[in-house]
Write a protein that binds this ligand. Structure first.
Ligand code: ZN
Length: 445
């Protein structure tokens, strides 16, 4: 969040004061655009390497998909990790398995570091090894240019794109001197709690990097450089318990259910429709006896129609595009909660989960670079995906520190269903675009 004011300051400092200076800058910009509008010899060589190794890449994807690695299958997640660690070791990376405390109850993550020239740009690559489904029917099954299987596109497809883009960089002599860290998490689909522990490796890597590239399933025409953050809230309401005949009177008051309804309806009337902000009550319990289990999001309730309900509880979520929007929404929600109906009291508690990856000048530059790489390769333009159409992901954790781009992975369909599949022809396009983007980021800090 501290980036934006600094870059705003820089752009103010670069305002040209004389016409000649402005013309000079325009000429420089033109040269820069034409230099990236076509492939350099090194980039052309990477494209040829990637195309020549497509069968190897598909074979690696098959090996990865054939290892069952549902989030809670720790042995499977670590076996996929071993497959990728050996591929990255042979590219000159130092690899290490990061274990998590037993209480977090997850497999851990693979950390791979390629040390390059001091002061050269530092790239962070993000993948994950776990899948939502696993089992016999979830193995790799190829049908011409499509393959089915758990994680085929989400995101073992993206993981092999990382490996083959790096192999292409090395073949073209562009990996020497490059500072690249890769973090493959073992629990993206169901992150271990608390997130402060399970996502520490990602946050640490972001603080040692300049830009992040994430390889969740992609599209030909869109990539994400901003994603909304996600958090949760819990509204608890208490009220005087009395006979229903006296409801709305000074003595009996309005009860907890009317107070909860007032609060939720005021949230909707005052905050709904703000761009990129959503908040949703997921469960609601109210009555004479309420027991709510925050861990399992379930509960029991009992009451009578002739009793003014003394308690209500409502858990919900809150999604936002920036910390400022999150803080402002929370402040307004707290104000609404504080205006109690007679005979009631209420509290709202907020809990952070995923930070936002806000749109920044760095993000705008990233999407422009990816777009120009895609055009130079002949794959057409790429635009920034509307953050409202995508949930939070692992790339979100870099948001407080550096810009990031997501959706660089394989194209497919059916993610998070037992019929997940990948378009094998998309591997060339996505690997070529990732390799050219990485090469250009490494060359032009
Ligand atoms: Zn995923």
């Amino acid at each position: 969040m501290t980036r934006a004011p600094i870059s705003r300051l820089r752009s103010l400092m670069f305002v040209p004061r004389r016409r000649t200076l402005r013309a000079g800058l325009a000429a420089v910009a033109l040269v820069a655009v034409s230099a990236t509008a076509q492939l350099s010899p090194g980039e052309q060589r990477m494209r040829e390497f990637i195309r020549a190794h497509q069968d190897d890449q598909i074979a690696m994807l098959q090996r990865a998909v054939d290892i069952n690695s549902g989030t809670m299958n720790f042995a499977g997640v670590r076996a996929v990790g071993a497959l990728f660690a050996s591929a990255l070791d042979s590219l000159g990376f130092e690899t290490r398995w990061i274990t998590l405390p037993d209480s977090v109850n997850r497999a851990g993550h693979l950390l791979a570091v390629h040390r390059g020239r001091p002061g050269a740009p530092r790239l962070l690559l993000i993948g994950h090894f776990d899948t939502v489904f696993e089992g016999e029917g979830q193995q790799f099954a190829r049908d011409d240019t499509v393959a089915r299987g758990a994680g085929s596109s989400d995101m073992k497809g993206g993981d092999v794109i990382i490996v083959y883009a790096l192999k292409a960089l090395r073949d073209a002599g562009l990996l020497d001197g490059a500072n690249i860290t890769a973090v493959f998490t073992g629990d993206e689909e169901s992150p271990g709690m608390p997130l402060a522990l399970s996502r520490q490796a990602l946050r640490d890597a972001a603080q040692r990097s300049d830009v992040a590239l994430a390889f969740e399933a992609g599209s030909q025409t869109l990539a994400s450089v901003s994603r909304r953050g996600a958090s949760s809230w819990l509204l608890t309401v208490e009220a005087r318990q009395s006979h229903s005949a006296g409801v709305f009177s000074r003595g009996a008051g309005y009860g907890a259910i009317y107070e909860a309804a007032r609060i939720l309806d005021t949230f909707r009337r005052e905050l709904a429709g703000e761009p990129d902000l959503t908040f949703n009550p997921g469960v609601m319990l109210g009555g004479a006896h309420v027991a709510y289990d925050t861990a399992h999001l379930s509960g029991t309730v009992a009451g009578k129609t002739n009793i003014i309900a003394p308690s209500a509880v409502v858990p919900g979520d809150l999604r936002f595009i920036s910390e400022a929007q999150k803080d402002s929404a929370r402040a307004r929600m707290r104000d609404i909660v504080a205006q109690h109906l007679p005979g009631t009291s209420a509290q709202i508690r907020f809990e952070d989960a995923y930070p936002a990856l806000p749109m920044t000048p760095g993000g705008a530059r990233l999407i422009a670079l990816y777009d120009s790489a895609s055009r130079a390769l002949g794959y057409g333009p790429v635009a920034a995906q509307d953050p409202a159409t995508r949930g939070a992901g692992d790339v979100s954790f870099v948001g407080p520190y550096i810009p990031g781009i997501d959706g660089l992975g394989a194209l497919g369909r059916g993610a998070h269903t037992p019929r997940e599949e990948v378009d094998l022809n998309s591997l060339n396009m996505q690997t070529e675009r990732a390799a050219v983007l990485m090469a250009r980021l490494l060359e032009h800090p």
